[in-house]
Design a binder for this molecule. Structure first.
Ligand code: DX5
Ligand code: ZN
Length: 219
């Protein structure tokens, strides 16, 4: 992926009118970030398979499902069947990351691997070129609206080094605290896929917020 993209996170959307919320952002971007939380790996619960199935009926966006659950291996298949295009699991939640990668590949879906801010970034580097997307969390997973953790910039840069050294095209995603002030800086550090929840959905005009973020990301 050469250009930068914004992937709105529906965590901050109004769930009472989710389809409308998604339709608004679909006008400006092709990627939708979907946060699944189990109340165990993270201290919060969101939604699961039936919700993905239901929004799949009306949206053509690329569904990027971020699994913040303790046992992601059990859920690759149900989420794939529900309409996920990319499945991202946390490296901390699997015994054998290679096995998890293979399981997602077998389902014909794109593979994402994420890393918690408390986990040394070196842990994920051996897997960078084996995945389609590496998600560097820039807040502690669990809630929207938190402040960006500054040390994420150096972590993104390390992943970027590995991707470039291998001339790979692994997407580098960043999730948490992305706003007009941080978007340009994470891109400079090497990210090219920016997840944004509150920055998009707290603006009444969600589509306009996506355009503005993209402008900041490119500047
Ligand atoms: C947090 C989620 C994020 C969240 C980001 O655990 O993974 O995707 O929606 O929210 P903001 O953009 O508000 O920091
Ligand atoms: Zn997320």
């Amino acid at each position: 992926m050469n250009d930068v993209v914004i992937a709105p996170s529906i965590l901050s959307a109004d769930f009472g009118k989710l389809n409308e919320e998604i339709a608004q952002v679909e006008r400006e971007t092709a990627f939708l970030h979907i946060d699944v939380m189990d109340g165990h790996y993270v201290p919060n619960i969101t939604f699961g398979i039936p919700v993905v199935q239901s929004i799949r009926k009306t949206s053509k966006m690329v569904f990027d499902v971020h699994l913040m659950v303790s046992n992601p291996m059990e859920f690759f298949e149900p989420f794939a069947k529900a309409g996920a295009d990319m499945l991202t699991f946390h490296i901390e939640t699997v015994e054998d990351p290679d096995q998890a990668i293979a399981a997602i590949r077998k389902l014909g879906k794109r593979v994402g691997m994420s890393i918690h801010p408390d986990t040394p970034i070196e842990k994920i580097l051996p897997y960078v070129t084996k995945c389609d997307l590496i998600l560097v969390m820039s807040v502690r997973p669990g809630f929207g609206g938190q402040s960006f953790m500054e040390d994420s910039l150096a972590r993104i840069a390390k992943v970027r080094e590995v991707v470039d050294a291998a001339s790979a095209d692994t997407i580098i995603s960043v999730d948490g605290g992305i706003c007009d002030q941080t978007a340009g800086r994470v891109v400079q550090a090497g990210a090219n896929y920016l997840v944004a929840g509150s920055a998009v959905f707290s603006n009444e005009d969600h589509a306009k917020a996506v355009v503005e973020l993209l402008k900041c990301a490119r500047s």
